[in-house]
Design a protein around this ligand. Structure first.
Ligand SMILES: Nc1ncnc2c1ncn2[C@@H]1O[C@H](COP(=O)(O)OP(=O)(O)O)[C@@H](O)[C@H]1O
Ligand SMILES: [Mg+2]
Length: 357
């Protein structure tokens, strides 16, 4: 186990080229001891390649990887204090659950008594106590995934690396496994580095996450920071749902106003300083509310309504450029506006995030 220091995992200026394909442009990251850290981004953005450079299965073309303060250049995967869990967990079918979990320990020369003690402890941790003598074939997909997890945890690596480990499970099981993973993480000391294209999973699980796009990190932060204060249009769009609206920042009498949708649209005073010119405005669907006492930011016709149980989603046509399909979410039981009806909508003044173009 490690002391952490200035990041248990540290990537400095890491780049990876495969021939003339640049899989990772430039990555700088620090993951701390005890942290559940996710790397999230669309398929092909370079997540797996980044993870493979941490585990040692790929060598950076440029830059360095440090684990626990030690430069990993030239250190092979099995000499690194990391273990990897991925989607196809590849348990050995001819071995029992216990033998599968003990496999790495046996290779490391741990004696039989001690192996048994560890196997019992880690099967208990993943909620599979008493499954030692079962065959992996007799287990459900979720149980097999938990065995794979116990096998990765049993030799107590400082860093556990996950590459989309839940993506082959159905939705309900995936939710269950997320809760399990979080609990298991709390009981272990090391860092979890979790790669996924699923922003919802990353948001739910992580202490902090990095959003990756085309081989670069666009933002690192807590789920709340990333959701509330996206650093770029890409992040605003990729994490959660949002309306991305084209607008214009205009300065008059020493005061800046953002206009959206031209003359027929609406305007607001941005919460933070914006230079005059073309902008893109991100407004989350839940940042709208029904207007009351004439405080509407804009009026529009409800063109669609989707009842979702705990919330109702609307599509609103505000009758202006780029405002024909504004996504609006209302929480709670009421669904007071029907398709075809007109209504006024208001936004909280600090809700819109403005990106200069
Ligand atoms: N061994 C390789 N040879 C050539 N190109 C690769 C190789 N591995 C990955 N790539 C390319 O690098 C990019 C990033 O891939 P990858 O890291 O697997 O992304 P992700 O895990 O985010 O989907 C993709 O364009 C992919 O095709
Ligand atoms: Mg991948």
């Amino acid at each position: 186990m490690s002391t952490g220091g200035d990041g248990l995992i540290r990537l400095d200026g890491v780049r990876k080229e495969f021939g003339d394909v640049t899989a990772v442009e430039q990555v700088d990251l620090q993951v701390n001891q005890g942290e559940f850290f996710s790397l999230v981004g669309p398929s092909g953005c370079g997540k797996t390649t980044t993870l493979r450079m941490i585990s040692g299965f790929e060598t950076p073309t440029r830059g360095s990887v440090h684990i626990d303060g030690q430069d990993m250049a030239g250190v092979p995967p099995d000499a690194r204090d990391t273990n990897l869990v991925f989607q196809h967990h590849s348990l050995f079918p001819h071995m029992t659950v216990g033998e599968n979990v003990a496999y790495g320990l046996e290779k490391a020369g741990v004696d039989a008594d001690e192996r048994e003690r560890y196997v019992t402890e880690y099967l208990e941790l993943v909620d599979l106590d008493g499954y030692e003598d079962r065959s992996p074939d007799d287990l459900s997909g979720g149980q097999q995934q938990r065995v794979a997890l116990a096998r990765a945890l049993v030799n107590e690596p400082s860093v556990l690396l996950f590459d989309e480990p839940l993506s082959s499970l159905d939705r309900k099981l995936r939710k269950q496994m997320q809760v399990e993973l979080r609990k298991i993480h709390e009981k272990t000391q090391g860092a979890f580095f979790y790669v996924t294209h699923d922003q919802e999973v990353a948001m739910t699980l992580s202490d902090r996450l990095a959003v990756m796009n085309e081989g670069r990190i666009e933002q690192v932060g807590t789920p709340e920071e990333i959701y509330r204060e996206p650093a770029s249009e890409f992040v605003a769009d990729f994490i959660g749902d949002t309306n991305l609206l084209e607008g214009q920042a205009v300065e008059a009498d020493g005061r800046t106003t953002v206009e959206v949708g031209g003359d027929a649209g609406f305007s607001f005073d941005p919460a933070e300083r914006v230079s005059p010119g073309e902008v893109t405005v991100s407004i989350r669907p839940e940042d709208f509310r029904l207007a009351e006492n004439g405080d509407a930011t804009f009026e529009g016709e409800v063109v669609e309504r989707y009842f979702q149980g705990d919330q109702t989603n609307y599509v609103v046509d505000a009758g202006a450029d780029g405002l024909s399909d504004v996504q609006v979410v209302m929480q709670g039981r009421d669904s007071p506006v029907s398709p075809g009806e007109r209504a006024g909508f208001a936004i909280e003044p600090d809700a819109p995030v403005v990106f200069e173009r």
